[in-house]
Ligand binder design. Sequence first.
Ligand code: SF4
Length: 134
Amino acid sequence: MSISVPAPVRGFFRRHPRLTRALELAVRPFEAASKKVVFGCKMCGQCILHETGMTCPMGCPKTLRNGPCGGVRMDGRCEVIPGMMCVWVKAERRSRWLPWGGAILKVQPALDWSGAGSSAWINVLADRQGKEAS
Ligand code: SF4
């Protein structure tokens, strides 16, 4: 997520891990429920919706986070699940409508699976994107 959190805020959450943990316990169910309904969120803990045309890349059966594989069908459908449109075809199309659509060109780091299941919102606040929730 490309939201910039002021350093003092990040520092505060880093210095208070128990408070951060309590906040996460409160926030995580709401984040999971709301983002699952709207985006099909899988709670990867490192949200990049903002940079993928508001399309969750974890909906890709191969969980690719940097664009489509080589198997996209000519009609834009997924090679693994033929009934499904490729996540990255949707992401590219949706990005065209966003003022920040160029963000889709950013090369994403590999997902740190140790943070799966944690709150991406709290991970941003606590500056622990890709780090396991403690
Ligand atoms: S947190 Fe991860 S799984 Fe959830 S919407 Fe964002 S990118 Fe998708």
